[in-house]
Write a new protein. Structure first.
Length: 69
């Protein structure tokens, strides 16, 4: 079986991940997106609810500006 010389998907960089964060794309696409509200800070009960579903909020994310670039 032959192996591929190049990966199917490009390597994921920090810049790619940051470009996917809500505050990066929403200002550009707000008129074409669902109305959204950023809720902060998340109380511990809600964080426990998210963790129970396997969702996690990265440490330090509460410190980031909602309009960060």
């Amino acid at each position: 079986m032959a192996t591929l010389a190049t990966p199917i998907f490009p390597l994921l960089t920090r810049e790619h991940v940051l470009a996917c964060q809500f505050s990066s794309w929403y200002p550009t696409f707000a008129k074409r997106s669902l109305k959204s509200t950023i809720i902060r800070p998340l109380d511990s009960q809600f964080q426990e609810y998210l963790h129970a579903d396997g969702v996690f909020v990265p440490e330090g994310s509460d410190d980031r500006s909602a309009l960060s670039q």
